[in-house]
Design a binder for this molecule. Sequence first.
Ligand code: NAD
Ligand code: DAU
Length: 344
Amino acid sequence: MADAGWSAESRYLVTGGAGFIGSNFVKRVLSDYPAARVVVLDKLTYAGNPDNLLGLESDSRYSFIQGDVCDARAVDAAMEGCDVCVNFAAETHVDRSLGDPSSFVLTDVYGTHVLLEAARKVSLRKFVQISTDEVYGEILGAPATEDAPLVPTNPYSASKAGGDRLAFSYYASFKVPVVVTRCSNNYGPNQYPEKLFPLFITNALEGKKLPVYGSGRNTRDWIHVDDHCSALLALIAKDGVEGGVFNIGAGNELSVLEIAERILKLLGQSADLLEHVKDRPSHDRRYALDSARIKRTVGWVPRVPFEDGIAATVRWYVENTWWWEKIKSGETYRDYYERMYESR
Ligand code: NAD
Ligand code: DAU
């Protein structure tokens, strides 16, 4: 990795650090930067999982605070003495946002506001707002650049667009050193098994059906979580990018059906497990990102070839059944699955 300068010796506040991407990021910071310190602030919702951070308790560079980003007192205390804040905390699942938008508006918009207000009172070097490619809405033509209009089509993406623009406004109005990132669909270890990759892999391992929404021809631009984390570290280390918006995509455009078929092949399972079910409302047909800006600005390129990434990810879920069986056997997950899929 390029010289990380001050960022290698910084104190990081990672909100949502017990979730999928946040926990991968926390582990990456601590392994790449021996002199860094990390404070995780996480509410531990259904998606936040202490098992994702297992083993770090004994690391004196790491501390964990259970708290809500909507709670100004908790946020002020957590941000004290930090140099960098990376805001991963969010309600993240599109399907859930269609059933209960309010928690999305609260955490993804108001929670971001609380963090930004706290950031005004301290002297951070970077505030990274983790946004998403979903803010552009459906992209049917050329991949979206950062200047494309924001046309979110579900309460999740609309709330993320609110947080994204609110963060930018705190740069423009108050010079909070905000960088906004819009990444595409991540896959990798420790992803909650409501999302496509872990749901399909673990269902296949259990001999259950793989519920494909509608035709399954919807495409996404898949990126391994390690590549996402590398992009974030490169942006944090770079001076002069404050106020910028950066797409992060790896250009692996594949449909849901193609992903499902590859997973089944890697597991030696039959395509009979595929089951077409009722489509998601307002299901965007395609997301596609133009990531030239981040490549040009910090020299980041994705390093995980898709074939390697999917094989390693399938292997991780095969080797870590304890991790996902614990989630899938719990009442919270079983209730969710029944509600979402039983009569679909
Ligand atoms: P996740 O659902 O796995 O984790 C979210 C984490 O945030 C959990 O640990 C949860 O406990 C925590 N959290 C939720 N509400 C909170 C609150 N009010 N206060 C404190 N903590 C709270 O999500 P993920 O997939 O790791 O996504 C992380 C971030 O990346 C999100 O902001 C998401 O919008 C964004 N993103 C995700 C993807 C993707 O493909 N997963 C792609 C682009 C952007
Ligand atoms: O694009 C980035 C976004 O990717 C992130 O901002 C979100 O936080 C993250 O959850 C993810 O959103 P998606 O809605 O794209 O993820 P999900 O895994 O739910 O769905 C991916 C695709 O798979 C989508 O086209 C819907 C389809 N799908 C999903 C599930 C869960 C199915 O066909 N069947 C399913 O059971």
